[in-house]
Design a protein around this ligand. Sequence first.
Ligand SMILES: [Fe+2]
Ligand SMILES: [Fe+2]
Length: 343
Amino acid sequence: MAAQTLQSVPGEPTSARHEQSLEDAARRDAEGQAYFDKVMADDSRIEPRDWMPPAYRKTLLRQISQHAHSEIIGMQPEANWISRAPSLKRKAILMAKVQDEAGHGLYLYSAAETLGQPRDQMMQDLMDGKAKYSSIFNYPARTWADMGAIGWMVDGAAIANQVPLCRASFGPYGRAMVRVCKEESFHQRQGFEILLELSHGTPEQKQMAQDAVNRWYAPALMMFGPPDDDSPNSKQSMAWNIKRFSNDELRNRFVGMMMEQVKVLELTLPDKDIRFNEDTKKWEHGPLDWDEFHEVLAGRGPCNAQRLERRREAHHNGTWVREAAAAYAEKQSRKQAEKESAA
Ligand SMILES: [Fe+2]
Ligand SMILES: [Fe+2]
């Protein structure tokens, strides 16, 4: 931008041109900020080519790329069970579900790229351990019942988090979320159905379902992020219409939802402190181990190293596909250029 301004006033002394360019940049920023403020006040949308405050861009880039990484890493705990699914039908459903998660990652990387960072860079940051992703995917999936608990609770928590994001102020993010949420509700239902079948099966199957619910309950609740008084960025994200509800608000709502559904499953949630507070009209839950959350987030969870190793391996194995796709794209654009120059 500054370079264009310099070129637009040829012949003037350098210092005057420099001053002019600074003035122009300041004017553009002021106009951009006024437009951005109006969009926020109208609860409307910012698109990739619009002016946006650098901190807004940075926050979104971090959030959307972390979200994309979570979708891609999140394929692993379930992909491990595709070959061990108990029937052809279950295998087909699980494969479709895991493929959906790959699709979610791709929409989200595309949305993040519109903010100016190349996808290769995001991928590299993930593989170098520099980028974060949801801590839930660093827990192991021990039995088939975990496919049920993950679908019901992890995808369920993702829906509770993501439905409000369909109204996020950044256009590409909000639009990606609409499709993602439709698919997530299928994921949640298939998980619920797995648990329902197990909980109404033999006593061993019911116990397996209960055990999976017990293990995934707390990590699923922690997916909403730290408590509100320990979440410094939340306020700004809410002012920017990215986030619509606080972490605790969403978490409490989710607990209420699960309390109803767990009755149908004839299972229990491993939390004796869940209650509906008549005064606040909100659901409450027992204490969560936030030290564990921070440990897992810092890379010291049960499967962090394995997840990253697997991602690096998959990336390496996909090299020939990326090279072939790039060669094909280059060939097509060369053909197109030849056609145009012949015309
Ligand atoms: Fe997803
Ligand atoms: Fe999902």
